[in-house]
Ligand binder design. Structure first.
Ligand SMILES: Cc1cc2nc3c(=O)[nH]c(=O)nc-3n(C[C@H](O)[C@H](O)[C@H](O)COP(=O)(O)OP(=O)(O)OC[C@H]3O[C@@H](n4cnc5c(N)ncnc54)[C@H](O)[C@@H]3O)c2cc1C
Length: 446
């Protein structure tokens, strides 16, 4: 019996996780990627001779599929995961404060440090607590997250000191542009269901190493190879076409691409590519990261914690990637994405110096900015995101933006890839009956 031959288009985390699941099920898998390296939005490149991530990526302990994906690659040792949720909070005119999980059941685990938290009045703390309880119960919220918070009595101070630092980066969108469904999902999944869920982790190696490890497991990785068309008759795809050749030798196709790229692959019906509706309703949001290298004599600027949240600053989070190398993360960065690098470097240095006395008397030795105007996808509130299946029997889609229930994150990308692989394997199992035992096992297990 010959194994299924599957083409995966896009070597981001969605495509690579689909590829790995399909390989595990015994398929022959080839991956096509237009860039010169894998990883997509979760990659690294060289800036002035130093390998930096295209943007600081963090994961949470509740991102279980991403964790499993990294484990499968034998790379769990490259993720530094907190033993318990703990965040240093920096604000102008205040000493650093901490929010951390106590050994209490959720949602009480945050209460002891929350009660000591200096940036909210007692009245705001009570309102925040009530909103957390409401978030746990409200299973069908309507509209956008900012409106939901306002409806639940959250003041501007509570937004600045509590909700925005966690929700804006998690959703990568201003809260008036994020759906309450997504906002409450984050609160429920990370903060009020399990005291260990919000533990923060990040890779200690350049992010691209994860994608490279995954890509090394497929049968062929075609880099610098953009797919320009998928030929089909409205029911099944018969070939994919790159700039240099047509490849009619695949049984199934996983298109793990952003919505606008997906549209370009179906020249016959660009308004409704592969029968998928609503691609126009996804907006992109920018992320800016500013990398600053300080001349530190010894120790770390941020101490053992390694990262901190900033209140009331365009820099929401700062990470110390190596002693003196600080990476400032600006989610939902708005117009900042268009600022010149020198201005971003100067602004971020000023923001850090305002809250970190150690930086008030030094200038960064070097600075660089990485900017992605289309970092993540946000569906219009109320939009139903598409699942993996398309109108074509042997074409499935994947991507962080598809219907995984998660905001467009690495976790969502990996989940979407697994769902796409399951759809390919299910079709093989029910359609031709020619799938391998491993494929059937995975089709039921994934
Ligand atoms: C700066 C930044 C910071 C982020 N921070 C976080 C974070 O802290 N935590 C988190 O969980 N998530 C974060 N994200 C989001 C996360 O990186 C993405 O949601 C996820 O990696 C998307 O994966 P994907 O596979 O769905 O899409 P992509 O990574 O976009 O992959 C799609 C791939 O398809 C390729 N491609 C496109 N067209 C073609 C074609 N025609 N032929 C062949 N290949 C093609 C692309 O080059 C790309 O490699 C961040 C993103 C950015 C940009």
């Amino acid at each position: 019996m010959t194994a299924q031959r599957v083409a995966v288009v896009g070597a981001g985390l969605a495509g690579l996780s689909a590829a790995l699941e399909l390989k595990r099920a015994g398929a022959h898998v080839e991956v096509f990627e237009r860039m010169r390296m894998p990883g997509g939005k979760a990659t690294s490149f060289i800036v002035d001779g130093v390998e930096v991530d295209n943007g600081q990526h963090v994961t949470l302990a509740c991102c279980t599929d991403l964790t499993a994906f990294i484990d499968t690659l034998g790379m769990s040792h490259t993720v530094r995961m907190q033993p318990r949720f703990e965040v240093t909070v920096l604000a102008r005119g205040h000493a650093p404060s901490r929010l951390r999980a106590a050994r209490l059941p959720a949602p009480l685990h945050l209460m002891p440090s929350f009660l000591r938290y200096p940036h909210l009045t007692l009245r705001d703390k009570l309102r925040v607590s009530r909103a957390l309880v409401a978030a746990r119960r409200d299973r069908a919220p309507q509209g956008d997250m900012a409106t939901w918070l306002a409806k639940h009595g959250q003041s501007a101070a509570a937004r600045t000191a509590f909700w925005d630092p966690f929700l804006v980066p998690a959703l990568n969108a201003p809260l008036d542009e994020s759906s309450a469904v997504d906002g409450l999902f984050v609160i429920r999944t990370a903060f009020v269901s399990d005291r260990r869920a919000a533990r923060i982790g990040y890779t200690t190696v350049p992010l691209v190493r994860i994608a490279e490890a995954a890509a090394a497991r497929v049968d062929a990785l075609h880099l610098r190879t953009a797919v320009i068309d998928v030929e089909h008759d409205g029911r099944r795809a018969s070939a994919l076409r790159t700039e240099s050749q047509a490849r009619p030798d695949f049984d199934a196709y996983v298109l793990a691409l952003p919505p606008q790229r997906l549209r370009a692959l179906d020249a016959a019906q660009p308004q409704r590519p592969f029968g998928i509706d609503g691609l126009d309703a996804f907006r992109t949001q920018p992320i800016v990261d500013v990398h600053l290298w300080y001349p530190v004599a010894r120790g770390r600027v941020l101490g053992a914690a390694g990262f901190a949240a900033l209140l009331g600053s365009p820099v929401q989070w700062v990470f110390e990637k190596a002693p003196g190398y600080l990476c400032c993360s600006l989610s939902a960065a708005g117009d900042a994405v268009r600022l010149p690098e020198s201005e971003l470097v100067a602004r971020c240095h000023a923001e850090l110096a305002a809250v970190l006395p150690a930086l008030q008397t030094v200038e960064p030795k070097r600075g660089a900015a990485t900017r992605d105007p289309d970092a993540t996808f946000v569906p219009a509130p109320g939009l139903r995101r598409p699942g993996p299946r398309t109108a074509l029997g042997n074409v499935v889609i994947a991507g962080a933006w598809t219907d995984t229930g998660w905001p467009a994150t690495m976790e969502s990308a990996v989940r979407s890839g697994r769902a796409a692989a399951r759809a390919v394997l299910d079709t093989a199992a029910t359609g031709s009956g020619s799938t391998t035992a491993a494929a059937q096992e995975l089709a039921h297990a994934v």
